[in-house]
Design a protein around this ligand. Structure first.
Ligand code: PBG
Ligand code: ZN
Length: 334
């Protein structure tokens, strides 16, 4: 740094005095192949039901899901991640465990219709349980809470049913201790040793998930998720311990979630594990806030979105899960 000249020899504005110089010196470029589009699938036919709190996002029946999947492929997206909304929810989340379940059918249909599109599945219990929690409940010390170890067995079975229908990547989002290990050994035991796990490794108990819970109809019927999702007020190093646990258990890819309020965590995980692909989830609340402001004419949606994507990449996430994946890809390709 000492060798740097100073003003007036040094003029930083020379590096941006015209569009050509700015383009030449650009380091962060958006690319469709780095983006994953989340999609919500429900039972039925010809359903394309807009989600009230997420304008431009839909609950889709499988026929409509396939149309989205084709678009995702044509735009060159990195993949789609599927969330299932079953017709019947029960205490045990039974719909999640068999080939006839909504997400299993959706995976099979997408892989059949659009074989070259990468399909990830979100793996959790909250979309399937009538109580909306991410695991099996038990009573402990007068409190009802998610019981960690019985949930692991369930997640392992669920993962195998996804892989059997052709899921390319399994993405567990429940923040159970040991979930990656349990899923890895279930997959390996069923002949799916080649299927990677993208772990929601540092997932915070965030208020930014509000609109998603409308979309997936998965709000907890009582309490909250603070005994399993991370505490935003804890020291940042706790995220590194969470990530380390998943790395030791065999996670192939990592995720930090949400993105914007946790850019510091993204950077620290990226710097600590530079050899492991890192994703960030630009979540529903981050989407809806921008949509609402744009609808009021208060901000320029396209420019805000591109700036946001740039920030998440620059922080260190090479992969972004975002509801804007198609919009960004269209802009990049046009
Ligand atoms: C399920 C899950 C959630 C999200 C992704 N997977 C909701 C939650 O944990 O309550 C949130 C995604 C979003 O807000 O866009 N565990
Ligand atoms: Zn969940």
């Amino acid at each position: 740094m000492n060798a740097e000249p100073s003003f007036p020899t040094l003029r930083m504005r020379r590096l941006r005095y015209n569009a050509g110089v700015r383009s030449l010196t650009r380091r962060t470029r958006l690319h469709p192949g780095s983006l994953i589009l989340p999609l919500f699938v429900r039972v039925g036919e010809n359903i394309r039901q807009e989600i009230g709190s997420m304008p431009g996002q839909y609950q889709l029946s499988i026929d409509q899901l396939i149309e989205e999947a084709k678009e995702a492929r044509d735009l060159g997206l990195g993949g789609v991640i599927l969330f299932g909304i079953p017709d019947e929810k029960d205490h045990q989340g039974s719909d999640a465990l068999h080939a006839g379940g909504i997400v299993q059918q959706a995976v099979a249909a997408v892989k059949n219709a659009v074989p070259n599109l990468l399909v990830l599945t979100d793996l959790c219990m909250c979309e399937y349980t009538d109580h909306g929690h991410c695991g099996i409940l038990h009573d402990q010390a007068g409190l009802t809470d998610v019981s960690n170890d019985p949930t692991l067995e369930y997640l392992g079975k669920q993962a195998v049913t996804h892989a059997e229908q052709g899921a390319d990547v399994i993405a567990p989002s429940g923040m159970m201790d040991g979930m990656v290990q349990a899923i890895r050994s279930a997959l390996d035991g069923a002949g799916f040793a080649h299927i990677p796990i993208m772990s929601y490794a540092a997932k915070y108990a965030s208020s930014y998930y509000g609109p998603f819970r409308d979309a997936a109809e998965s709000a907890p019927s009582f309490g909250d998720r603070r005994t399993y999702q991370m505490d935003p007020t804890a020291q940042a190093e706790q995220a590194l311990r969470e990530v380390e646990l998943d790395v030791q258990e065999g996670a192939d890819m990592l995720m930090v979630k949400p993105a914007l309020a946790y850019l510091d965590i993204i950077t620290r995980v990226a710097q600590t594990y530079p050899g492991i692909p890192l994703a960030a989830y630009n979540v529903s609340g981050e989407y809806s806030m921008v949509k609402a402001a744009a609808a009021n004419g208060w901000i320029d949606e396209a420019r805000v979105v591109d700036e946001t994507m740039t920030a998440i990449h620059r922080a260190g996430a090479g992969i972004i899960l975002t509801y804007w994946a198609k919009d960004v890809a269209r802009r990049v390709c046009s």
